[in-house]
Design a protein around this ligand. Structure first.
Ligand code: ADP
Length: 360
């Protein structure tokens, strides 16, 4: 059982500009934490600081209560799986997986047992005598994961492990990783990705990183249902949440926002009289917009339709909302193209943001 504590971690590279600031996080034993965020936000840097591959500029890293900032990578009880697999090309799968244990002078019988167990868990038993070049990308990544497993680390770190795989293999390997985690409930894992679908499907908790720090931490559905700010609202969920500018015209148990085209959005968010007149953004997920003939929250011309079988994405042109708006409606609706269409959303699905922060 292994807990990690990140206390006000900071990182600046040589040029002095901070890449990460004030990153604080408690990671419990057995969690699968996913760091997600746009490219360049510092996800890999944070992972490498935990691994001991990158120096910590300021703040404290603790593993099981022990100060880790100066501990060499090899002594942290951590194994890392990289996007590039980093396998030895001239060694077989078996030898790649045995390598670290051989260096650590394990008994051959223990090495064989560990490799055989990992190969079984990762369905690699038939490939143990092959070289990496004789494997598919997905199999190579499984070998890389196997190499981490045999060391029986306290903490597993994954740095974008699926990025080099094609779409189908990505899904397959993602499910393998989820299974693997289930088979090791007491192992703590930290996983970095820029892909919010991977984050949503794998994480026990997601850490959204952006603007050099942590934007929000929560379970996947918590972030989806209750984003703290516009950044998280638009980063989690695809297509991104629509944002419509407006002004609060009624407060109380329900809040009414008059939008710039005079439509009124009714939200279950509770506000007080002092909120009256505030300029806000109303947030509505594409999947929360439904077609209607009656009272509507949005009326727009359908510019482009993308029919995906199960649902249709409607890209909307709106007279006064400049932003790109999207609706995701069940079924096939190609015939809506170029028509003026009305949409409604339930008050429980209407988010309101003031200065970018949720008013919830
Ligand atoms: P992410 O993994 O989220 O894409 P990184 O952690 O790789 O982001 O990088 C975060 C920022 O730090 C980027 O602006 C990147 O250019 C910078 N950076 C990463 N590694 C170095 C380095 N060794 N020296 C200087 N700057 C770096």
């Amino acid at each position: 059982m292994t807990q990690l504590k990140l206390i006000s971690l900071e990182k600046s590279y040589n040029n002095g500009t901070p890449v990460l600031k004030n990153v604080s996080l408690d990671i419990q034993s057995g969690e699968l934490i996913v760091f997600v965020g746009p490219s360049g936000c510092g996800k890999s840097t944070l992972l490498r600081m935990i691994a001991g591959l990158e120096q910590i500029t300021d703040g404290t890293l603790e593993i099981d209560g022990q100060y880790m900032n100066d501990m060499p990578a090899s002594k942290r009880g951590i194994a890392m799986v990289f996007q590039s697999y980093a396998l030895y090309p001239h060694l077989t799968v078996r030898d790649n997986m045995s390598f670290a244990l051989k260096i650590a002078k394990y008994k051959q019988s223990d090495i064989d047992a560990a490799v055989s167990k990992a190969a079984k868990a990762l369905k690699l038993e038939d490939y143990l005598d092959r070289l990496p070049k004789e494997l598919s990308g997905g199999q190579r990544q499984r070998v890389a994961i196997g190499r981490a497993i045999v060391r029986d680390p306290k903490v597993f770190l994954f740095d974008e492990p699926l990025s080099n795989l094609d779409a189908a293999l990505r899904v397959e390997t993602r499910i393998e990783i989820a299974r693997l985690k289930e088979s090791m409930p007491d192992r703590t894992m930290i996983y970095v990705t820029h892909d919010q679908v991977e984050a949503m499907t794998l994480a026990s908790r997601i850490v959204v990183l952006a603007n050099n720090t942590v934007e929000q931490v929560g379970t996947p559905l918590d972030l989806y249902d209750n984003p703290d700010n516009e950044f998280v609202a638009q980063f989690i969920g695809s297509p991104a949440m629509n944002l419509l500018p407006g002004e609060i015209v009624a407060t109380g148990k329900q809040t009414k926002v008059k939008l710039s085209d005079n439509c009124v959005a009714v939200s279950n968010i509770v506000t007080s009289e002092s909120d009256l007149g505030k300029q806000v953004n109303v947030g509505i997920r594409p999947e929360d917009l439904s077609l209607t003939e009656d009272d509507h929250v949005l009326e727009a011309v359908v510019d482009i339709t993308e029919a995906l079988g199960e649902y249709t994405l409607l890209y909307l042109k709106h007279v006064s909302h400049a932003a790109n708006l999207v609706a995701k409606v069940p079924g096939t609706h190609k015939s809506l193209r170029n028509k003026l269409i009305k949409f409604i959303a339930k008050p429980s699905k209407i988010h309101i943001f003031h200065d970018g922060i949720s008013m919830r």
